[in-house]
Design a protein around this ligand. Structure first.
Ligand code: NAD
Length: 253
């Protein structure tokens, strides 16, 4: 099957499926300028080891250093990044009832910014921070300003405890949204997996819960052999071409 035939097949599969969810990873946001973890050459793991920098034990052992090391990456994601065509097409597909929602590993909030309504952020987000002691929440910008002004970890304005990002760090338990997704996926007809290496567990096991899979990723994943359709291309290109195909077929205005 050539590329265009795969796009036509994807449009057909979407049109006949009733209960469709999309699982996204860092790959969908690389076209917004946010590096992923595992892309060859550009992935963050070619430069740093997030398993050392983004752990709960590091945060608790040395909160000042945790914030100094992570602030610029969080800031880039929280303040500068804009949704790309891939995020926008997914929002349009939800609006047109082709998909029921997006399950994302990303912390960048770009699906919300693109207008998606139903989004399960399995690894949290960088919109806010919370106190390690009393769980009081503040906007992320409050914490960023504190770190910048004082060059140390931000403190809770209520109780003085350390503020932490509302993201799921290594060693954290999974967010409540993960159990919600575990309940809904067995009833899904189709899961479209987009821009993830499927190497971070337990999220990487979610595709096993759905009979029909489509995978859109630049590189092969361990689930490719289970998928009814695999497209090794950029998510932005594929999703834009899918939208065009649906319009040409008269399925979308
Ligand atoms: P990953 O880095 O392990 O894998 C990304 C995959 O996307 C790779 O296989 C790569 O080939 C592919 N890819 C890159 N650009 C692509 C594009 N334009 N189109 C299609 N495919 C593309 O990322 P992951 O599987 O999401 O797991 C990494 C973890 O890192 C997640 O838990 C996530 O929370 C976190 N993370 C998030 C962000 C973000 O919020 N944007 C960024 C980096 C890491």
């Amino acid at each position: 099957m050539n590329y265009q035939e795969r796009i036509s097949r994807l449009a057909e599969i979407l049109t006949v499926s009733r209960s469709v969810y999309v699982l996204t990873g860092a790959g969908i946001s690389t076209e917004s300028g946010i590096p992923d973890f595992r892309s060859p050459q550009t992935g963050l793991w070619t430069k740093i080891d997030p398993m050392k920098k983004a752990t709960v034990s590091f945060l608790k052992r040395d909160p000042d250093e945790f914030w100094r090391m992570n602030l610029s990456r969080y800031r880039q994601i929280a303040e500068n990044a804009r949704p790309n065509i891939g995020h926008k097409v997914l929002a349009r597909l939800e609006e047109a009832a082709f998909i029921r929602g997006i399950i994302t590993q990303n912390i960048d909030g770009l699906h919300h910014k693109a207008g998606s309504k139903k989004v399960w952020e399995l690894h949290g987000h960088v919109r806010s921070v919370r106190c390690l002691l009393c769980r009081h929440e503040e906007d992320f910008s409050f914490a960023a300003q504190e770190v910048e002004n004082k060059n140390c970890a931000p403190r809770c304005p209520k109780c003085g405890g350390i503020l932490r990002p509302n993201v799921v760090l290594f060693e954290d338990p999974m967010d409540d949204s993960f159990s919600q997704v575990m309940r809904l996926l067995p009833k899904a007809d189709l899961l479209v997996v987009a821009g993830t290496s499927l190497q971070v567990y337990p999220v990487a096991s979610l595709p096993e819960m759905v009979d029909n899979l489509v995978i859109i990723n630049m590189e092969p994943t361990h689930m490719d052999s289970r998928a009814q359709l695999v497209i090794h291309e950029k998510t932005g290109r594929v999703l834009e071409d899918l939208l065009i195909e649906l319009k040409e077929k008269g399925k979308l205005s």
